[in-house]
Design a protein around this ligand. Structure first.
Ligand code: TEU
Ligand code: CA
Length: 588
């Protein structure tokens, strides 16, 4: 192993921080219009502080027609009126800072809204000075038929190109047609982004989450993508825009600004599973985003034909992926962002454990242990700390709001109008992976609309399990998932050499049901290591403590989701029986 720098230079505040993600429209509605807002967030800062998070990341709050809940920005300096005003953002930043916490905003600069004045100018004529701010191409003709410039597909269905009558050219949009991609080759675009960053940093933001930041540099030849889905006319062009030719040049410019402000940064990087590639951004000496969200774990149940195709995942795959990112980043001085949930993902208890009512709390705690003991900056998505599950089985199609799900449904039902069985399995997949699973209102208490709003919420409340899955009930109950998460965060703070900076190794890698790993300090510390043991199954399984660990380590169990286990010893027995979804952390 290469020698790990011992001088503390690789220890930084953002590695030791935990981020709590707030989806503003679904967090808390303060003024009774059914939409969450910034004052609502302000009213819950003590709750987030009690949990032990250090940073609040807000999904986009800027002016937007809301085609994609704010990922379509029409003014980077204005706030979406239902959310509040710039003064509210100032108040939020001040409220966080007063509690020793930080504010992270969502920077969406791969694309804008089609209503952004830049795009309005750009589409107005071939010679407008904003024309090159977006990606325009002439049609191509095949067999006398007009075609888009290439076969790339959009993430939200159909071609990634839309024809614009006015000027007779197509523009690129990797997402919805209302989300045209900016042309980062144009220097003025980059300058405009830098100005936005400086404005919000100077105003009190402490950093950014950067939306699809690895998509900003495209292969300028815009070639056709290879055919990977023979059932579709449109193909993934990811190899031509995910980590494109000039990405790191652009990221270093951004990095300079981040450094000036000692800002927090996490880049979102879909479609790259290569850790070598990711290290080019997050290596400690790169001065690009400090960490990125990779998608390999949350993509584990995506089928070959796309996200909404079924796929069963195996324990061995999960172990391989987690171990790959953990060890690679530790060995090479990179850094991971650790997450299982966000506003784009189904709830983790439903996807990775068991969401049967009797298992919800156990599952939430087991996954909290799984995530919270890994190396990386921890991200918790609103409601995850309560063990919120996916939408119920009887959730009708009418309840979905998400453009990705709705477009997919439209496309699928128009291609296969009479295939009832396909419709059924697809709806089953939505209940696992639709983005709306995580966008239902935050349950604050048992009052109408779960205490989210006095009015009817913009998306229905998840009504099941409300007696236990609500913040008020869990804050009152010391044995709740909420307080378990709080303990996990405290453990990280108490033993940073083990849980933040320690090395990672899988234990009994071949076990089909149990995920176990150790964390071992790399520099001297009061503790010599931790063993994390997780039964991912909703039934009892047996597991053997490796003898090597037993002999040398008279430790104690410092955390478990089974009260009977806490405080007991592992070193008296080699084979133990783990309860359904049991988690334990043994520290020595
Ligand atoms: O998501 C990017 C992305 O590639 C996916 O996670 C996407 O949301 C979808 O699930 C693909 O199946 C980011 C944002 O997080 C997402 O909310 C936005 O819709 C998207 O970019 C466009 O801005
Ligand atoms: Ca409101």
């Amino acid at each position: 192993m290469t020698e790990f720098p011992q001088n503390g230079s690789l220890k930084v505040w953002w590695k030791e921080s935990t981020v709590y993600q707030v989806y503003p429209s679904s967090f808390r509605d303060s003024n009774g219009d059914g939409i969450g807002d910034i004052q609502g967030v302000i009213s819950k800062l003590d709750y987030i502080k009690t949990l032990g998070a250090d940073i609040v990341w807000l999904n986009p709050i800027f002016s937007s027609p809301q085609v994609d809940v704010g990922y379509d920005i029409s003014d980077y300096y204005g706030i979406h009126p239902p959310y509040g005003t710039v003064a509210d953002v100032d108040e939020l930043a001040a409220g966080l800072h007063a509690r020793g916490m930080k504010l992270v905003l969502d920077l969406v600069v791969n694309h804008t809204s089609d209503q952004h004045p830049w795009f309005q100018e750009s589409r107005s004529s071939l010679t407008n000075s904003y024309r090159d701010w977006y990606i325009w191409k002439k049609p191509v003709y095949k067999d006398g038929q007009q075609q888009p410039p290439n076969n790339w597909k959009s993430y939200f269905g159909g071609s990634a190109w839309t024809y614009d009558e006015g000027t007779g050219e197509y523009y690129l949009h990797l997402f919805a047609r209302e989300q045209p991609d900016l042309n980062w080759e144009t220097p003025q675009v980059r300058t405009a982004v830098h100005e936005i960053m400086r404005y919000w940093l100077a105003r009190g933001a402490d950093g950014f989450r950067m939306d699809v930041i690895n998509f900003i540099s495209k292969d300028q030849r815009f070639p056709d993508a290879p055919i990977t889905n023979s059932g579709s006319r449109w193909q993934s062009g990811k190899q031509f825009y995910a980590c494109g030719p000039r990405l790191h040049e652009y990221l270093r410019d951004i990095g300079k600004i981040l450094k000036e402000y000692d800002a927090f940064s996490v880049g979102e990087m879909p479609d790259v599973d290569d850790s070598v590639e990711v290290l080019r951004a997050v290596g400690h000496d790169r001065e690009e985003p400090s960490m990125v969200f990779q998608f390999e774990i949350v993509g584990i149940d995506h089928g070959a034909e796309g996200k909404f195709a079924p796929r069963r995942w195996e324990m061995q795959e999960l172990k391989r992926i987690v171990s790959k990112w953990q060890t690679y980043m530790i060995d090479n001085h990179g850094w991971n962002a650790i997450y299982l949930e966000n506003h784009d993902q189904g709830r983790s208890v439903s996807r990775f454990a068991s969401d049967r009512p009797e298992h919800l709390q156990l599952s939430a705690k087991m996954l909290a242990t799984f995530l919270g003991c890994q190396c990386g900056t921890l991200f918790i998505y609103q409601g995850q700390e309560l063990g919120m599950p996916n939408v119920p089985r009887d959730w009708p199609m009418d309840n979905y709001r998400d453009i990705e799900t709705l477009n997919h449904w439209k496309e699928m039902t128009s291609l296969h109008p009479d295939d009832a069985s396909l419709h059924r399995t697809t709806q089953g997949e939505y209940r696992l992976k639709s983005r709306d699973n995580s966008r239902t209102p935050m349950p604050w208490d048992e009052s109408p609309n779960a205490g989210f709003s006095v009015a009817q919420p913009w998306i229905p409340v998840h009504g099941d399990h409300l007696a236990t899955i609500n913040a008020a009930a869990q804050v009152k109950d010391p044995s709740s998932a909420f307080w378990y998460w709080a303990k996990v965060l405290r453990l990280r703070k108490q033993y940073p050499e083990v849980f933040i900076y320690g090395s990672f190794a899988l234990v009994s890698p071949e076990h089909e049901d149990v995920f176990a790993y150790t964390r071992t300090p790399l520099s001297p510390s009061g503790r010599e290591g931790a063993l994390i043991v997780l039964n991912f199954r909703p039934y009892e399984v047996s597991w053997s403590v490796p003898p090597k660990l037993l002999l040398s380590n008279p430790g104690e169990i410092v955390l478990s989701n089974y009260p009977s286990r806490a405080g007991s010893q592992l070193n008296e027995t080699t084979s133990i029986s783990l309860g359904p979804l049991e988690a334990l952390v043994w520290l020595w």
